[in-house]
Design a protein around this ligand. Structure first.
Ligand code: FUB
Ligand code: ZN
Length: 622
């Protein structure tokens, strides 16, 4: 064998990037250039990041906690027990932003923070500033105290950092921490049920990056620990909200069928389970995920993709209990929905998972950050009397830091590949460089989505080659047309919700897809008593709402739509510049709808998604 071939082979074997048959195209291979996401990405790097950084090191003691644990400053831990996790999430967002916009100052700041973190790590690999500073004798005594949750976010940030910079400084901390975990817990060692799941999915990321299977096995072991009574005596089974269900520790994971408990915990667990199942093809996991997915989506999800309706447990209650004004629908839970549905889509290549992912992203997630990028929603109600507003920060700040890492990685959710198939899930004007099994393909999307349903895919394979381009036909779309190089294909093949175009592609082939995007009046399931006799307005993936600032003459308690309402689409101005809004006429008065995600960005006032409706016939159910 020639020397260079041998080197290639060795590189392949020891490659840092472990490739499955099915894989997501990373956002680093996608260059977004549209009018919808790009301004938000810019807002993220210009405003959201600096807001987060200022909160971490100036307005709160989060960075100081690390400096204190590192012995660089006097003092104990201040803040919430899980505040370390916000630093890690902010760092993940910083790293993603670095990939998109190189910034030596930001990289230097990251290096400085990594220095503190590495110094705060104890000799044996333990890392958590709350325990190190305040209760060094109580480490690993309370499964609900977020030690592994914080560790999980640290691992995610470290993997992102290594991928982006090729530096191993942070990754070494993460691996040392995981070694400590695996020496302490595991088969024939101590039991542990993560009170707040997160580390499971992080360990799979670490496995993907390093190729070390023990990390995958440890993630699997942690998941299997649940529901066997190993959490007995810990806070969720004794005092904290009174039930093991809160932490999804009530049944072994293969038996899960009803959604229960804290929403973010459930989403992170299910994401981890789907990740593990993608590697192991564990039928028990896959069946459990499919059962509980139906329960979440058909009986416990808001039209915005928001989940977890109750403030009491930040989570789920009874089926169909989806109040609008008091909806909790935490931003992190919607982000979790996007994660989990992305992984389920990867696992099954069924488009309905990507449909839910899109719903959550464009509505429940995006509503979590203001158009200015520096104000946040933690709770996302679907109706307001005018007293719910975005805030600069929160005492429990999981949502802003989560938004800050989700937004810059949005390109991750656009494409999947599977041997010689490409799956296009999101429609965003962009250029993507996609690796298939035997070839590389460039795909350019030209589109003004979500304002318009026309998408042109320009497909440029390295050389003429056969592969499948599978385009998701969204669940909201009832009719569409497609042309390949200007001609309607002889036959259209639909496979699991994707329009499958299998052909020998050549340079600059073009697919033009037009998704009809009329204004729809959507009815909720009749069992959701709050929404009986009401309709929501949806166009494309966007849910709309009425806000008082656009409708000063409307009585929000008596506004009523009817079947005969005609809707027009107008262009927004001012802060809503570039957005489409929707108008109709009610009793001679104009009624204006704006995208739900954009509410509470102007003058404070009332807001409503579900509007009374005059007739009882159902047009479309979500
Ligand atoms: O406990 C950590 C995070 O804080 C949870 O995910 C959120 O629901 C909030 O309680
Ligand atoms: Zn949150």
């Amino acid at each position: 064998m020639k020397a260079y071939k041998l080197i290639l082979l060795i590189l392949l074997i020891f490659s840092n990037t472990y490739l499955n048959a099915q894989t997501s195209v990373p956002f680093t291979s996608v260059n977004i250039s549209d009018n919808f996401w790009l301004p938000r990405l810019k807002q993220h790097s210009d405003v959201t990041l600096s807001t987060c950084i200022a909160q971490m090191q100036d307005s709160t003691k989060r960075i100081e906690n690390f400096m204190r644990a590192a012995g660089l400053q006097e003092g104990g831990h201040e803040g919430m027990i899980f505040d370390d996790s916000d630093v890690y999430k902010a760092m993940e967002g910083m790293v993603y932003s670095l990939i998109n916009n190189p910034n030596p100052e930001l990289e230097e700041l990251l290096d400085q923070w990594i220095g503190y973190i590495a110094k705060a790590q104890e000799e044996d690999g333990y890392l958590n500033t709350f325990y190190t500073l305040n209760h060094p004798d109580k480490k690993w005594t309370d499964m609900d105290k977020h030690e592994m949750y914080c560790g999980g976010h640290m691992i995610e940030a470290a993997v992102a950092h290594a991928r982006a910079t090729n530096k191993k400084t942070f990754l070494n901390v993460a691996e040392k921490f995981v070694d400590h975990l695996m020496e302490t817990f595991g088969p024939d060692k101590r039991h542990w049920v993560t009170g707040h799941q997160e580390i499971e999915l992080a360990l799979v990321k670490l496995y993907h990056y390093t190729g070390k299977k023990e990390y995958l096995d440890f993630a699997n072991w942690l998941i299997e620990e649940r529901g066997h009574g190993h959490g007995e005596g810990t806070s969720w089974s004794s005092k904290h909200l009174g039930s093991k269900e809160y932490c999804q520790d009530d049944v072994p994971v293969r038996e899960i069928s009803d959604i229960k408990g804290h929403a973010v915990r459930a989403m992170y667990l299910f994401t981890g389970m789907a990740d593990v199942a993608t590697e192991t093809n564990d039928g028990g996991y896959i069946r459990a995920m499919k059962r509980v997915w139906e329960d979440v989506v058909l009986r416990n999800m808001y039209i915005t993709g928001g989940i977890g309706s109750s403030r009491h447990n930040e989570g789920f209650t009874e089926d169909y209990d989806l109040p609008n004004k008091t909806a909790y629908a935490e931003t992190c839970a919607s982000i979790g929905m996007a994660f989990w549905n992305n992984r389920m889509n990867l696992l099954t290549r069924e488009s309905f998972y990507a449909d839910v992912m899109e719903r959550a992203m464009y509505n429940g997630v995006l509503s979590g950050v203001s158009l200015s990028g520096d104000l946040f929603f933690y709770v996302n109600p679907l109706e307001s009397d005018g007293n719910h507003h975005r805030q600069r920060w929160y005492g429990v700040a999981c949502c802003p830091s989560n938004i800050s890492r989700f937004l810059p990685s949005v390109g991750n959710y656009m494409y999947l590949t599977d041997k010689n198939n490409i799956y296009a899930n999101l429609f965003i004007q962009s250029t993507a460089e996609i690796e298939l099994e035997n070839q590389n393909v460039k795909i350019e999307q030209h589109t003004d989505y979500p304002w318009n349903g026309k998408i042109v895919f320009e497909v440029t394979p390295e050389k003429e080659n056969q592969f499948g381009l599978n385009i998701r036909i969204p669940e909201w779309c009832k009719s569409y047309t497609v042309e390949v190089n200007g001609s309607i294909p002889d036959s259209l093949v639909m496979n699991k919700g994707y329009l499958q175009i299998e052909r020998t592609w050549k340079q600059e082939d073009k697919v033009e897809l037009i998704l009809d995007m009329p204004v729809e009046l959507v009815a909720s399931n009749d069992l959701v008593s709050e929404n009986l006799g009401k309709r929501a307005v949806q166009r494309g993936p966007l849910v709309y709402c009425i806000e008082q600032v656009d409708n000063p003459a409307i009585d929000f308690n008596n506004v009523r739509l009817a079947q005969q309402n005609k809707f027009t689409i107008e262009k927004g101005n001012g802060k809503l510049n570039g957005m489409s809004f929707i108008q109709t006429n009610v009793n001679g008065k104009e009624l204006t709808f704006i995208p739900y995600f954009a509410w509470d960005n102007r003058e404070a006032g009332k807001m409503k998604v579900w509007i009374d409706f005059k007739e009882e016939d159902t047009l479309y159910k979500y």
